[in-house]
Design a protein around this ligand. Structure first.
Ligand code: S3P
Length: 431
């Protein structure tokens, strides 16, 4: 699909973004190794989540997706997953592949994990090298640290402290899952706290985990996890395009409903509030074990700030859109310590520069930093969007804010995380 986009006169309306992708993956995986049946409402129905569902079904888990968007998962028990001869295809989803490594590290048998071209170029050794210190036998088939990944199941032992060098919820979650089913006690230390959905959900399921900010202790030999029903809130990463569009468009009032504002995810709100944005955080409430709120977003004038290391894990997937926001701020913005952007679904450091530059933004990189000169205006562009969902949404929002018409070619990658993105786009634009 291609799109021609002209800046609308106004942005108005209410959006309920789709279910949180991180919580959806976890709700499926963790309930798969629990003891009873769980109902999950509001699960994200997208290509990444279908990859997780298909892999879990191949491992023997009964998962029913209902027409009303709800889902039923019949847990197989903590040791109940069954090895399969067929490859597990994780598609484009890094979360699926990395968390599965921890989930099946001790399975009885050998499993091969594969993925699409993007996933095959992403680093997996950062996960399996740590799991292998616990006795796992996981390796890259081509010995290049990337997929295909072979998991030859082994009994794991912990009784050690693992100091992670990257703040990554995917690595941390794989270690926690492996730790649950190991002999001994595992201590995990993160350099900075990454998203904590795993810790919250597993604690609610009765796992023996102790959390002290970025220091986590997992007590192994877990016999059973309780299945839990989960209402998945909207994904702040899918709210992010509307947050940025609403702040930057000169005539905007948008309400975004039911957003997960867990403080390990809400860096985008803190960053824009510090830059002077008019964001209202309304009806804050706890849903399950997660904080949820509705957001009011209004046209704003921004001032530049330095976005430093401590913000990054809390806003990692939103950095490209935050960089777009900085194009409209008064002054120059620096975003530091973002080398992780290079190993996402695409090299998002290079692609953010490429896309924003095509719209006339002044944006540069310096090793692992982005430098953005505030300009207050972008011009139209014609560009090919490619396979990265978040880059496609970035191009969509940049077009919506540009002075002239833009033409975007091949915009379907949004299906990875936000299949309804272009419908919501039409819905908020008033011409
Ligand atoms: C995710 C964690 C983040 C994020 C990704 C989803 C998760 O990756 O970028 O989109 O669900 O755990 P890292 O943990 O590698 O930073």
């Amino acid at each position: 699909m291609n799109k021609k986009i002209i800046r609308p006169k106004k942005l108005r309306g209410t959006i309920t973004p789709p279910g949180d992708k991180s919580i959806s993956h976890r709700a499926l995986m963790f309930n798969s190794i629990a003891g009873q049946t769980a109902h999950i409402n509001g699960i994200l129905e997208s290509e990444d989540i279908h990859a997780t569902i298909n892999c879990l079904r191949q491992l023997g888990v009964a998962i029913d997706l209902q027409n009303d968007g709800s889902c039923r998962v019949k847990g197989s028990g903590i040791n109940g997953l069954k090895a399969t001869e067929r490859d597990l295809d994780c598609g484009n989803s890094g979360t699926t592949m990395r968390l599965l490594m921890g989930l099946i590290a001790n399975i009885d048998g050998t499993i091969r994990l594969i993925g699409d071209e993007s996933l095959q170029s992403r680093p997996m050794e950062r996960v399996y090298s740590l799991l292998n210190t616990m006795g796992a036998n996981i390796f890259s088939e081509k010995s290049n640290g990337c997929a295909p990944i072979i998991v030859a199941g082994k009994q794991l032992t912990s009784n050690q402290s693992i100091e992670m060098t990257i703040a990554s919820a995917q690595i941390k979650s794989a270690l926690i899952l492996a730790g649950l089913n190991s002999i001994g006690t595992l201590n995990i230390i993160e350099p900075l706290q990454s998203r904590d959905h795993t810790e919250r959900m597993l604690s609610a399921m009765g796992a023996k985990i102790n959390i002290d900010e970025n220091n986590i202790t997992v007590y192994g030999e877990t016999n059973e996890l309780q299945s839990i029903d989960i209402d998945v809130p909207s994904d702040i990463s899918s709210a992010a395009p509307w947050i940025v569009a609403g702040i930057l468009h000169p005539d905007a009032e948008i309400e975004i409903k039911n957003v997960c504002v867990n403080q390990t995810r809400s860096g985008i709100l803190d960053i824009f509030l510090e830059m002077g944005a008019r964001i209202e955080i309304m009806n804050k409430r706890l849903v399950g074990n997660e904080e949820v709120a509705d957001l009011g977003i209004y046209s704003s004038s921004l001032s530049s700030i330095n976005i430093t290391q401590e913000f990054i894990p809390r806003a990692i997937d939103e950095i490209p859109l935050i960089a777009l926001g900085a194009c409209f701020a008064k002054g120059d913005t620096k975003i530091s310590n973002i080398s992780e952007l290079k190993v996402k679904e695409s090299n998002r450091l290079d692609n953010t520069i490429e896309i924003i530059s095509q719209f006339g933004g002044e944006i540069f990189s310096n090793e692992d930093e982005l430098l953005i000169n505030g300009l207050n205006t972008l011009h139209g562009a014609k560009l090919y969007c490619g396979s990265d969902h978040r880059m496609t949404m970035l191009a969509g929002i940049a077009s919506l804010l540009s002075e002239q018409e833009s033409e975007l070619i091949d915009v379907d990658a949004v299906n990875v995380s936000y299949p309804n993105f272009w419908n919501d786009f039409e819905k908020v634009c008033v011409s």
